[in-house]
Design a protein around this ligand. Structure first.
Ligand code: 5GP
Ligand code: MG
Length: 466
């Protein structure tokens, strides 16, 4: 997953992009970057870590002049954490600078990368995104937008893409619309972003989505659809509604808050807890589903866990006795709320099971009568190839253990998940408009290879050129 934003036609383009990245920090915390164009030169500033840290020196934004800019917050799915992989990537295609910000993950890349390398391509990064630039370099077409369209015809997988060139900004989305992508307007300025929360922050109005399969050029003439990739067939990532997007955003044309509440309501119907005294959330990601669960079940909603928002990347090594500290750093219990009560705790998902296991231990210390866990999505049993960084299937607890075994592992009085059907009926689009591969194992496209994050890391140590 990643967050992207592009601004066309504003003298403060880089600052607006910076704000848009700030709003989309939740989509990627590994690194951030902005590329701007002032009509003559392209400028870039990027770095590892959070947006606020990468741009902590006010001079960095001033050094990004121009009326068009794109930006990226990184959450890696292909390619290591090193600085070279932080977006937006920047290359010259012949004499023309081309910069790319990508949310999503391309698939079936191994053969293509090997072929390009055989033909003499020298890759500068280990990302999936770079393939697109190599294909653009080889494509013909008068405009960069045409070259990009030709390149995108040859790749498979998930992409919401912003490409900055001297011709303008190109926004492109894969034919399945896997990842969210929205267009907005702020006065005369055009905006394209992953989520509407980025538009809200800068005061832009939502216009419409970049459509699945659309390649759209944004320049002084406005918006122009230059190409449509074949076989548009919506397969929106349902996990965006479950966990990833912010509840104050609209994605795929619907409010995340509304659908997330609906997930909670459906969960209350499917997995009731009639004897429970209170229901609590795991802040912040399950707050909205918990509101839905409480309203449908009539069980009192309490704040039983408090989250510390200032916890950065954990500096604690995962030695066993310290592992509990990681969850304690992030959460504390409100003893008076929990003691002596029969508690339902809602979370949006269980991936490895570590968060919930540690949380349950923490809750038990507060002396609840019983602890029931309810999850507002189905068991995650399969890998994602389309932009979520789920661990291997061996690490997914629901792939390895039955529900009873997970219950025992978590140490809870009961555990229930929302069914796949319940997830889909909570949506406001037909079930076949969603990708549910991580739950169902049904991949919308044939995968010839299972991508690994380190697929393109060099086998020999790289240069140490610091
Ligand atoms: P677990 O500890 O089971 O591996 O992870 C489950 C927790 O991580 C849940 O509280 C959920 O909100 C959160 N979560 C789910 N998906 C993701 C993800 O893709 N990235 C991160 N950082 N957290 C996730
Ligand atoms: Mg969570």
């Amino acid at each position: 997953m990643c967050g992207i934003i592009g601004i066309y036609g504003n003298p403060e383009a880089a600052t607006l992009v910076y704000l848009g990245l700030y709003a989309q920090q939740h989509r990627g915390q590994e690194g951030a970057g902005i590329v701007s164009y002032d009509g003559e030169q392209v400028h870039r500033h990027m770095g590892q870590g959070l947006v606020a840290d990468v741009y902590s020196d006010p001079g960095t934004l001033q050094a990004l002049p121009g009326s068009l800019a794109i930006g990226h917050t990184r959450y890696s799915t292909t390619g290591g954490l090193d600085a070279k992989n932080i977006g937006p990537l920047l290359f010259n295609v012949e004499e023309t600078p081309v910069s790319v910000a990508h949310n999503g993950n391309l698939v079936n890349l191994g053969a293509m990368r090997r072929q390009l390398q055989k033909e003499g391509a020298i890759f500068q990064t280990t990302t999936d995104t770079e393939i697109i630039v190599h294909l653009m370099a080889r494509a013909s077409g008068e405009r960069m937008a045409d070259r990009l369209s030709a390149a995108l015809e040859q790749v498979e997988g998930a992409f919401s893409l912003l490409v900055l060139t001297h011709e303008g900004i190109i926004a492109a989305r894969d034919p399945y619309g896997w990842r969210p992508f929205v267009l907005g307007r702020l006065g005369d300025t055009w905006v394209a972003a992953s989520e509407t929360c980025a538009l809200d922050l800068i005061g832009a109005k939502e216009l419409r989505d970049v459509e699945p399969g659309e390649v759209l050029l944004i320049n002084d003439d406005g918006l122009q659809t230059v190409h449509r990739l074949p076989e548009q067939r919506p397969k929106h990532c349902i996990f965006e509604y479950i966990y990833f997007s912010r509840p104050d955003s609209r994605i795929y044309g619907a409010n995340v808050d509304k659908l997330r509440r609906k997930l909670g309501k459906t969960l209350a119907e499917e997995a009731p807890t009639p004897t429970a005294d209170i229901v609590i959330s795991v802040p912040d990601s399950s707050n909205t589903a918990t509101v839905g669960y409480a309203s449908r079940s009539g069980i009192k909603h309490e704040i039983g866990l408090i989250r510390n928002h200032y916890v950065g990347r954990s500096f604690i090594r995962p030695e066993q006795e310290l592992r509990d500290l990681t969850v304690k750093l992030k959460f504390n219990t409100v003893k008076g709320v929990l003691a002596g009560r029969e508690v339902v705790i809602i979370d949006d998902s269980i991936v490895r099971g570590t968060t919930m296991r540690n949380l349950v231990r923490l809750l038990r210390e507060a002396g609840p009568k019983k602890v029931h866990v309810r999850i507002s999505s189905s068991p995650i049993r399969h890998h994602c190839q389309f932009g979520l960084d789920f661990p291997t299937e061996e690490e997914l607890i629901a792939n390895q253990r039955t529900k009873d075994q997970i219950e025992a592992y978590l140490g809870v009085d009961s555990l229930m998940y929302l069914s796949l059907e319940g997830m889909l009926t909570s949506m406001d689009q037909p079930p076949d408009h969603f990708c549910t591969a991580c739950f169902s194992g049904e991949y919308p496209i044939t995968l010839n290879e299972v991508g690994r994050k380190d697929a393109f890391e060099p086998s020999k140590p790289e240069f140490d050129d610091h």
